[in-house]
Design a protein around this ligand. Structure first.
Ligand code: B12
Length: 130
């Protein structure tokens, strides 16, 4: 009887532990115009989107914040990070990059509301011009 109770307790802990697990990711906020950067650690839910990892980081670290603007076709557009906003007038924006193992980076083909980071992936929010 005691063994059964112990076994079910262990099973419950294992299942809830697995279900609640978040995967670690790294998030760098870079300013390609001034060459400054700061790297944060965050986490993403299983198959969760980057926006979730950014919201998680914002909850855990008050030095990180961002704003988005909802669009009809592509979901949230990343407008500002840590108080710095892109501007149509200056032709600046926050570019979403994914760091590759060989030191190069690729431009994500979807926005923050659709991109699904892989565990331990390094994402770069890069302020730049277009
Ligand atoms: C021009 C353009 C841009 C310009 C927009 C600025 C400007 N004032 O022109 C810039 C260079 C800033 C840009 C950025 C990005 N873009 Co763009 N962009 C386009 C493009 C070539 C044309 C859009 C357009 O002018 N439509 C015509 C106007 C009249 O319609 P509109 O609805 O007003 O257009 C606005 C939106 O499209 C918005 N916008 C542009 N890109 C994106 C991306 C996302 C995720 C969102 C939410 C909104 C958005 O800006 C436009 C101007 O205000 C489209 C491809 C296409 N041929 O449609 C890709 C496209 C919309 N972009 C795309 C992507 C992925 C991005 C980026 C995420 C790239 C990156 N990795 O950084 C970033 C956005 C990052 C962020 N901050 O959230 C994808 C979206 C796919 C998806 N399902 O998410 C598209 C479809 C290209 C593709 N890869 O297939 N983009």
């Amino acid at each position: 009887m005691a063994a059964t109770t112990l076994l079910s307790t262990v099973l419950v802990l294992l299942v809830t532990g697995t279900l609640c697990n978040r995967d670690p990711i790294m998030l760098t906020v870079a300013n390609g115009l001034t060459q400054t950067r700061h790297t944060y650690s965050s986490s993403v839910a299983y198959n969760g989107v980057l926006l979730g990892a950014m919201k998680q980081l914002r909850m855990e670290d008050s030095s990180f914040n961002f704003t988005t603007r909802e669009t009809q076709d592509y979901g949230p557009y990343l407008v500002s990070v840590n108080g710095l906003a892109g501007s149509d007038e200056d032709h600046t924006y926050w570019q979403l990059l994914v760091d590759c193992v060989n030191g190069s980076s690729t431009v994500a083909q979807v926005g923050v509301g659709c991109y699904i980071p892989k565990p331990n992936e390094h994402i770069i929010l890069n302020f730049t011009t277009y």
